[in-house]
Structure formats: C-alpha cells, structure tokens
Design a protein around this ligand. Structure first.
Ligand code: ADP
Ligand code: ASP
Ligand code: MG
Length: 434
C-alpha cells in the first residue's frame, strides 16, 4: 500500500460552495493512495463564533442573533450543494443545537472553557458538510470526530497535546479507516480532554492538527492548500514584489512563522521535523503549481524575508529599589510568563530593567503586569509591530523603517528584529497655521 498523504484545507479554500467543489476536484487526483484530510471552519466562521462567545459572556442579548447569522451562511452554502431532503441538514443542525444549549445556560464561569464549547462547532459543521459533499460526488469519505483521537490537557483555548495517548489512538482508530480505502476527513483546531470536554489548540491551529496526524501515522508528506502559490518572501497583502520560495528548510519555516508569517501555524513544523516528513504549501487556485517544499537540509541561499506581527505589547519592567535585575528576578518574571502561557517575542535587559515584547492577546499582558507590580515598576506600550527580517539587506531595512519609530532592535547574524510604532502622519495643510 502507498504511504499516507495528509492534506489541510483552510477556511479560505472552503469559504463557499464553488470552493468546496474545487476541493473535491483537487482530491480526485489523489485517490490512488491513503488520504487524511483536515479542515478548518468555513471562511471566517471562527471570528464570527468568537462574537457569539463575547455576546454570551456579556449577556447582551445578541448571542443568538450572531449564531443565527452563522447558521444562515452555512445553510445557504448547503442549499447550493445538496438537494433539500439531504440528511446533511439534520446533522449540521444537531451540531448547532449543542451551541444553542450552551447559550440557554448562564455564561460558564470559566470563559476559556465556554469559548471552546462554542467555537469548536465551526470545524464540526464544516467537516460534516465537506464529508457529505465528497460522498455526494462519489469520493468515499469517512467523517472522523477528531476528539476521539487528539487528547489534550485541560488548558482551554490552547490545549497541549498528550502525545503518547494521541499516537496510540490515531493508530487504533484511524489506521483501520484508512485501510478501508476511504478518504478520512476530520476537524482541525479541536481536541478533547480525558474527561471528553472539547478543547481548542489555539487560533489557526488546523495546520498543527494535520501535522499531529502526519506524525502519529508516519505520513509520507503533508500539504497545506492555500490561496497563495506557496510561502512567499512576505505577506502579499502588505508588500509588493514578493516572490515565492521554492524550497525552504524546517528551520527557516519555523523562524518565519513563529514571528508572524501567517502562512503556516508555527507549531506545525516540529512534529514534521521530528519524523522528517516533508511539507508542501500549495495553491488551491492553481493546484498543479509546484508550491513550496519544506524539508530538512535545504539550506539554500535565501532572499530577504519579512514577517510582521501586529498587536504587540512592550512591557518595561524595572526594580523599584534600584537592585539589579539579576537571575533571581528574571526567574521570577519567567515563572509568571510561563504560568500565563505568553509568547515572548523579544527581550533586552539592562542593570535595573528588563524589557520584553509579547503578543498582546486578551488580558494576558494585564494579568502578567498585575502579578508583578508589587515587586516591580511596570510600563506597557501597546499597539506596536514586531518586524522580523531574515537574510536582511540594508535597502530592505531602510524601507521598513520609514514612517516608524523604532523602540527596540536586535541583530543576530542575518536576522534583524525591530519593535516599532507607526508614526501618525499629520497633514500640516489641514492642521497647521493657514
Ligand atoms: P487559511 O484560510 O487557509 O487559513 P489564511 O487566510 O489564514 O488562510 O492565510 C493565508 C494568507 O496568509 C495569504 O493569503 C497571505 O496573505 C498570508 N501570508 C502571510 N504571510 C505570508 C507569506 N510569507 N507567504 C504567503 N502568504 C502569507
Ligand atoms: N478555524 C480556526 C481559526 O480560524 C482554526 C484554523 O483556521 O486553523 O482559528
Ligand atoms: Mg487561517
């Protein structure tokens, strides 16, 4: 038997009926081998579900309305794909009903728990729709509930995978399905605790799910299907003159994505690297294209690559009594950082201060500041950007610094990282003296 291929289709690749048809046509070229497909929620459904969570938590009376909007979008897509009496309507409805039950109860005291119970429906329904459609067009497909395979801890919204059990369950549950010769289709982004509570793996986590399966089942390779031709030197939404990288090492890929290159979730690389499983990033718009091939030992000569991570907070911490920020303080600070599961993007220290730059997610930075403010003076600067340039060249850096105030910069070999604030451009003709 040929070796398994794992595919991941993100929200953009299944955002409407035409795109779902396109996914089916891509899959048709790969049916001569075992195939496991991981899907995200349709389009921007997860963002919309987050609004349901916020509304329910605030009890502002809008939660059901938001949910109805999401349901409506799904039913419209289904109406374009299936005859009205198709059983998929009932299956999708069953998933939505579970969320309606959550909304009937008062908001759960654990916000993150409630979040996972609501937001996970996005992937449950998208995978139900896609599985039904594939069967409809004669691609024999089994829908797998990923919660029967991926076991996580009970840190909601960023569950950590319990690898041993997950590997065991993947082999016991998925291998027999693959042997039947059907496509196995499952949900990205979600998992389950050992008491069967639904968890999520962190936003954009479906790539990671595909890598987990690739690792557990020793896939031949994994492919992420995107709306871009492959990994580009920068985000084409914000930069001109970007070029596609044909080959990339795991190291380059992990460094770029950790610092904000939104094309692959950063956690995706490790499980693949650990088993030397190559990763392709390909276009679902032009599926015949070569895409980007990511594997070990590709240490090519790379052009400058830029990743921008927005929504950064720079926290300046200093001792109140002028004592040095030494090992003891740093270890206290890092214990707090670890407890809050915050991502440290950059840091610098001086005699009596320690400056650290984080992704400013939810209230984590405030919680961290609160925890340490008794012992330290804390200043927070928000709304910043972290720009990472690998294989930097002077002209590129000069261009990137235009219109920005540089707050912190660090260079290591060819990599330059800077934390910047965008300068408000004031038109003096309107505001100055006339
Ligand atoms: P999906 O719905 O598949 O998860 P996303 O919209 O989340 O897709 O991510 C795809 C987008 O990532 C692309 O359209 C592109 O704008 C952006 N992107 C950011 N950095 C890069 C990069 N270095 N190379 C390619 N695309 C990038
Ligand atoms: N649907 C989830 C999100 O938008 C997971 C993913 O797309 O990878 O974050
Ligand atoms: Mg995405």
């Amino acid at each position: 038997m040929k070796k398994l291929k794992v595919f991941k289709f993100g929200g953009s690749s299944i955002r409407d009926a035409a795109n779902i048809e396109n996914v089916a046509s891509i899959l048709k070229s790969y049916l001569d081998r075992p195939l496991l497909v991981v899907v995200s929620a349709l389009g921007k459904t997860t963002n919309a579900l987050e609004e349901v969570v916020v509304a329910h938590a605030a009890q502002d009376g809008q939660a059901s309305e938001h949910l109805n909007g999401i349901k409506e979008q799904h039913y419209q897509i289904m109406a374009a794909l299936f005859p009205p009496e198709h059983e998929v309507f009932a299956s999708v409805n069953d998933h939505f009903v579970e969320v309606e039950w959550v909304l009937e109860e008062p908001p759960h005291e654990n916000y993150d728990y409630m979040y996972d119970q609501i937001v996970s429906v996005g992937e449950l329904v998208s995978s139900t729709i896609l599985a039904a459609y594939l069967n409809e067009v004669n691609i024999a497909t089994t829908w797998l509930d990923v919660r029967d395979v991926i076991l996580t801890d009970d840190i909601y919204r960023e569950g950590w995978v319990q690898w041993e059990e997950t590997v065991e369950r993947a082999n016991a549950k998925v291998s027999p399905l693959l042997e039947k010769g059907e496509v196995v289709l499952t949900q990205g982004f979600i998992g389950s605790t050992d008491s069967n509570e639904t968890t999520t793996l962190g936003r954009e986590g479906s790539d990671y799910t595909a890598a987990i399966f690739s690792f557990c089942l020793d896939a031949e390779d994994m492919t992420i299907w995107k709306d871009v031709p492959g990994v580009l030197t920068a985000d084409p939404r914000y930069f001109d003159n970007v070029v596609k990288l044909d080959r990339l090492s795991y190291r380059e890929a992990i460094e770029m994505t950790y610092y904000g290159a939104k094309v692959i979730h950063p956690k995706t690389i490790k499980p693949l690297q650990n088993k030397n499983i190559p990763l392709y990033v390909k276009s679902f718009i032009e599926p015949q294209g070569e895409g980007t091939f990511i594997s070990s030992d590709v240490e090519d000569h790379y052009p400058p690559m830029v990743a921008v991570e927005r929504n950064q907070a720079m926290v300046s911490i200093s001792t109140r009594d002028f004592s040095f920020v030494a090992e003891h303080h740093i270890s206290v600070l890092f214990n707090h950082i670890a407890a809050t599961r915050m991502q440290v993007n950059m840091m610098q220290n001086t005699a009596i201060s320690f400056i650290v730059c984080f992704n400013d997610i939810d209230d984590k930075v405030d919680r961290f500041a609160q925890n340490i403010q008794e012992d330290f003076k804390v200043l927070i600067d928000r709304d910043l950007e972290l720009i990472t340039v690998r294989h930097a060249q002077p002209a590129v850096l000069e261009n990137l610094r235009k219109g920005k105030i540089l707050l912190m910069e660090e260079r290591t070999k060819g990599t330059v990282q800077m934390v910047v604030k965008n300068v408000q451009v004031v038109d003096w003709k309107e505001t100055g003296p006339s």
